[in-house]
Design a protein around this ligand. Structure first.
Ligand code: BDR
Ligand code: CA
Length: 348
């Protein structure tokens, strides 16, 4: 199996990333580091441990990482994920195994990744990039050593072009989710994101799942039902779903409601985070048009908008993609995916 370390801010969609990383037979989960984001660090760490308990994988070590970005106050997303970061469940167990405190999350990530044979292990980031930036800047040798990095983050817009800054031409009116320009994971710590995308060796082994891709994976009511009973189940009136399937169904139900309330997206919520895991193990399910690669620049100038007006005009956290010439090394940002097959691999 392919070794990976998961860095997450558990969250509704992060819970599915944990499920896939911990249960997919083709993967070997080395450990999990947590980060502030969907909720404060204490809560995302507790949620992570609860999910691991629910799926019977408390053997996976959990280390709490950064509680805030370097240059900005910590943000969270209670409108989307509730106060706990994982609201809406009635069957989520309390964590059992304690979190690990024998070393820092950064050191635990380093030790686990460097202990694997060269160019075999992956880091998967489904929250903001503070922990990852700390790791790669403190231990640059890990950049060479790993097989790669996958990230859920960013928003491209219709273009996949090198649109001039400030221009929304060809990109629709809104392509971010936290601001019209920016996706949440990049917005809340743009400096860390930029430190990763501006490292050429690291960028060349990075794959990104931006909103443009994750919005091709909507958890429609039909998909939710398939996941509740299993895709191949023959359901009759008396069939009962397992507690684990009920838990993940409640997670999707809450996420669907907030996406409908906040974004007016009534078809179903996009299941962002497990895509960053799927990219490690099934890269061919993602279409990069025969090998397109990009340079990514993150807009970091500008305060975070403190009021509604600033929040709609600031471009802070925007990811600007420049397409590279064929054969040039850069970030892989697939434009399409095989949603049908990916839903099936989530049916664990
Ligand atoms: C990202 O932000 C969080 O709310 C989700 O968990 C996901 O990682 C989507 O913008
Ligand atoms: Ca997340």
């Amino acid at each position: 199996p392919v070794a990976l370390w998961l860095d997450c801010d558990t969250g509704h969609d992060d819970a599915f990333a944990i499920l896939l990383s911990a249960q997919c037979p083709a993967l070997r989960l080395l450990g999990i580091s947590t980060i502030y984001g969907n909720a404060p660090l204490v809560k995302t760490t507790q949620n992570t441990r609860s999910i691991l308990r629910a799926i019977g994988r408390e053997d996976v070590p959990v280390y709490a990482g950064a509680s805030k970005p370097f240059c900005r106050p910590a943000a969270s997303a209670p409108d989307i994920h509730g106060e706990s970061g994982l609201d809406g469940t009635t069957v989520l167990p309390e964590p059992g195994a304690p979190e690990r405190t024998d070393m820092s999350a950064m050191l635990a990530m380093y030790k686990a990744l460097i202990a694997e044979p060269p160019k075999t292990a992956w880091l998967v980031a489904t929250g903001c990039l503070t922990n990852a930036a700390l790791l790669f800047n403190t231990f640059p040798d890990v950049v060479d050593h790993i097989a790669g990095l996958t990230i859920m983050g960013g928003a491209v817009g219709g273009g996949f072009t090198n649109a001039p800054m400030g221009s929304l031409e060809g990109q629709g009116e809104r392509f971010g989710n936290w601001t019209p320009f920016a996706e949440f994971n990049i917005y809340i710590d743009p400096e860390s994101a930029q430190s990763i995308f501006s490292n050429p060796v690291l960028a060349a082994k990075t794959t990104v799942a931006p909103l443009d891709l994750t919005h091709q994976m909507l958890a429609t009511p039909e998909i939710c039902l398939e996941l509740l009973y299993g895709f191949d189940a023959k359901v009759d009136d008396g069939t009962e779903a397992s507690v684990l399937r009920v838990l993940f169904n409640q997670i999707l139900t809450f996420f669907a409601k907030t996406y409908a309330d906040v974004f007016g997206l009534t078809e179903g919520p996009p299941l962002h985070d497990p895509l960053a895991v799927a990219m490690v193990v099934f890269p061919d399910l993602f279409d990069d048009k025969g090998g397109e690669r990009f340079a990514i620049k993150v807009v970091i100038d500008g305060e975070h908008g403190v009021d509604e007006i600033a929040r709609t005009t600031s471009q802070c956290g925007r990811t600007i993609l420049t397409p590279l010439k064929a054969g040039q090394a850069g970030v892989r940002v697939p434009r399409g995916l095989d949603a049908g097959l990916i839903w099936r691999i989530l049916d664990l």
